[in-house]
Write a protein that binds this ligand. Structure first.
Ligand code: ADP
Ligand code: ZN
Ligand code: ZN
Length: 731
């Protein structure tokens, strides 16, 4: 028997299958230890076969089987194949996605603990057992064990002394044994809600439940009760003996979604996100693999959960950009999920209040069945959005970051002991620092971006590489001390709000305050427990939270995402505003939103105020159609990154001419091709250039393979070339 092995090294030169002599009991999908070069390394056995072309004297043998059972099944191998073809990934990089990182190299194991157990003959009084009269500890321990039968070793030692445990063990009364204990992530417990579906919800549910392998887009306004539908779909899967995966953006996991799921499904749920310890992640994964847990709830990577017989794959907040993996290994979660759903004949459900244009267009074309919830579950009106023109505000003499309307509504909310969410899409204190005299702007030494002032730590920080610099008191160029700060960020908003509301608890949630484990959860919990209170934050506050007492949402600078030079900027802005506005008025209280802008007439704001997604979609999709942007084309970026700028540019032009040559065959079906600097020219001292192209969708399968070949044929060790398809982040 010959084993085909992928070795656990991510390196161009070993990205192939190696043949080894198999050993007794080996199955495809197991991890193995194999001799490689002059040492032993781990690998994945991907197949077993009878013969090999490798000469017998060269053929080495598998040394050891590392996993008790196969951890990768046939369908997952098919998925790996699909990903390899679509995204041109190394096999090992894909297989690594399929298991917890620390499992490789044996860095994490099952957690074992010692337990003492009472032997059955001693459950009741036993003639053979004679304990000395003054052996009180032993008497008490025996008594305790008769009541409990099993107890943790360390605990009984603490309670009764180790001597007593040893004595009873020697007498054959107790035995000590090792047992596996599960490490479980921390979850805020809530009571299970008893909800009767409304008519719209049950129509949606019935449609989904009547199908196997159906594909859906659930477009439901914020607060329409989508989560409740997901849970019913999953309930149905369990009833039919099937499993389910539900994906959510990272931040939603810290909120009520998790609590809702665990209160409904208990131990059937396993959670997978980046905030878990490696032990927790390993144990949750094991529970899924062993079949103890049947529902995986998690972020993007949970799409690789080790489940079989899937009945549903759900992607909540499907428009969220985190579903696109934009560093190695690059993949598109929607495509991977859809492929996996097809393999298992599972229902595939995308849900959002603000679907991406790409997804909504697919629904219009009939590739996904469109399901709609137009009303909130609580039957209330959607929150009212007031647009405030900040230019007019300035001419009325208000130079503060908060308009009069903002101040008035926030005060009302606080007076009524309600909660407010204030959204500003910029962390730190101010966006940049600039010398008024000579125009010098403080920039990172390693990246081509301006630094952001963080007043709390009294530092300037680079938001791309994290490097820190001293705060400027004088301009390093002209020596002037007239240093000006740019637009405000979260820290400054909190500072200003504290002046206005000194007695109200104010919480801040952004990348800086959420670095440690459970910090998201703690902030949200504190916010929930204090009334009145204010939560200030970046887009983290816009995602999925369901706080019943939030009656005001303030958007400090709505234009931030609008003026990005990215074809998705209108779409992103519409989504952000609708999502953050959707955080208020979700239960018994109605909600008010104040949106501050310098472009009050922009159509994106008008559509958001009218809560007119379809109107927004129609206008924006027309724009995309006439300009040939996705979804009416594929957009591919070849990103070149390297230390030596000249060498990066040489590679760029070499490949650019090859692509140009290739595109000659396609005439008008190629809409755009250009080589240029990346928007951020340098990150962490590496130069970045790019080739951008757009071409007709139907040519994608053919063109992308040719692009991969061009990139492969022109490899240069000193320059990395990344191929990105319809990517979300173009920096
Ligand atoms: P969405 O995910 O669409 O934003 P949620 O599922 O979070 O909305 O629902 C919003 C709120 O309405 C939640 O507090 C939820 O418990 C409640 N809810 C959902 N369905 C119903 C219903 N049929 N009747 C009453 N309340 C409901
Ligand atoms: Zn200066
Ligand atoms: Zn930097």
């Amino acid at each position: 028997m010959i084993a085909e092995v992928i070795v656990d090294l991510s390196n161009e030169s070993v990205d192939k299958i190696f043949d080894y002599n198999g050993i007794e009991g080996l199955q495809a999908g197991q991890m193995v230890l194999v001799p490689f070069g002059n040492k032993d390394i781990e690998g994945f056995c991907i197949n077993l076969k009878e013969n090999t072309d490798v000469p017998t004297d060269k053929l080495k043998s598998v040394k050891e089987i590392l996993t008790k059972e196969p951890i990768i099944n046939d369908n997952m191998f098919k998925l790996a194949d699909f990903m390899r073809k679509s995204y041109h990934l190394r096999m090992v990089d894909i297989l690594r996605l399929f298991l917890p990182a620390e499992m490789r190299g044996g860095r994490v194991h099952e957690k074992l603990k010692n337990f003492v157990m009472l032997n059955e003959e001693y459950y009741n009084d036993n003639q053979n057992l004679v304990l000395r009269k003054n052996a009180n500890q032993q008497q008490n321990l025996l008594c305790y064990m008769r009541a409990n039968k099993v107890a943790e070793y360390s605990k009984v030692c603490d309670m009764f002394s180790r001597g007593a445990v040893v004595a009873l063990e020697e007498k054959g009364v107790l035995r000590v044994c090792e047992k596996v204990v599960e490490r479980r992530p921390q979850i805020i417990e809530i009571d299970k809600k008893d909800i009767t579906l409304n008519k719209a919800q049950s129509d949606v549910l019935n449609t989904i439940l009547s199908s196997n392998g159906g594909k859906y887009l659930l477009h439901g306004v914020t607060g329409s009760g989508k989560t409740e539908i997901y849970m019913r779909v999953i309930e149905d899967c369990l009833k039919k003996g099937k499993t389910a995966i539900m994906l959510v953006p990272e931040i939603s996991l810290t909120g009520q979604v998790l609590s809702n799921f665990t209160s409904r499904f208990g131990d059937n749920v396993a959670i997978l996100h980046s905030g878990l310890s490696s032990g927790e992640r390993f144990d949750e994964w094991q529970r899924l693999r062993s079949g103890k847990a049947k529902i995986a709830v998690g972020v993007r990577s949970a799409i690789f959960a080790p489940l079989t017989n899937l009945g549903a794959i759900i992607i909540d907040e499907e428009h969220d950009s985190s579903y696109m993996s934009e560093s190695n290994p690059r993949y598109n979660t929607h495509e991977v999920a859809e492929f996996r759903a097809e393999l298992d004949g599972a229902n595939f459900i995308l849900g959002s209040a603000t679907p991406s244009l790409e997804t909504y267009e697919r629904a219009k074309e009939g590739q996904l069945k469109l399901l709609t919830l137009n009303e909130r579950a609580n039957k209330r009106e959607m929150p009212k959005i007031h647009i405030v023109d900040m230019c007019a505000e300035l001419s009325r003499g208000n130079a503060s970051p908060f308009s009069y309307k903002f101040q008035e509504e926030l005060k009302k909310c606080i007076d009524e002991k309600n909660q407010a969410i204030v959204f500003i899409n910029r962390r730190g204190y101010s966006s940049f620092v600039r010398c008024v005299e000579c125009g010098y702007v403080a920039k990172c030494t390693d990246c081509d971006v301006s630094l952001v002032l963080h007043k709390e730590d009294n530092q300037l920080k680079c938001h791309f590489c994290g490097k820190r610099f001293r705060v400027l008191t004088k301009c390093p160029i002209c020596g002037s001390d007239k240093i000006k700060q740019g637009a405000i960020g979260t820290q400054r908003v909190v500072e200003e709000l504290k002046k206005a509301f000194p007695n109200v608890p104010i919480f801040r949630m952004d990348n800086d305050t959420t670095k440690t484990k459970n910090s998201h959860m703690d902030i949200l919990k504190n916010f929930a427990e204090n009334k009145p209170s204010i939560l200030v934050g970046t887009q983290m506050v816009a995602k999925g939270h369901d706080f019943p007492d939030v009656s005001f949402v303030g958007i400090i600078d709505a234009d931030l995402s609008l003026h990005f030079s990215d074809f998705r900027s209108n779409e992103r802005t519409y989504q952000l505003i609708t999502q953050v506005a959707g955080r208020c008025g979700r239960a018994n209280k109605s909600g008010t939103v104040v949106l501050q802008t310098y472009s009050p007439k922009h159509f994106v704001y008008k559509k958001a105020v009218d809560n007119d997604f379809i109107g927004f979609f129609d206008k924006e999709i027309n724009l995309r159609a006439v300009t040939n942007f996705p979804p009416f084309s594929k957009m591919v970026r070849l990103l070149f990154v390297g230390d030596d700028e000249l060498r990066v540019k040489e590679n760029l032009s070499k490949i650019y001419f090859k692509v140009k040559d290739l595109f000659k065959n396609y005439g008008k079906d190629v809409y755009y091709l250009e080589a240029m600097n990346s928007p951020v020219k340098r990150i962490q001292n590496k130069y970045r250039y790019q080739i951008l192209m757009r071409y007709k969708n139907s040519l994608h399968d053919e063109i992308i393979q040719k692009l991969y070949s061009i990139v492969d044929d022109n490899k240069d060790k000193k320059v990395s070339v990344f191929v990105e398809i319809n990517q979300q982040n173009l920096s």
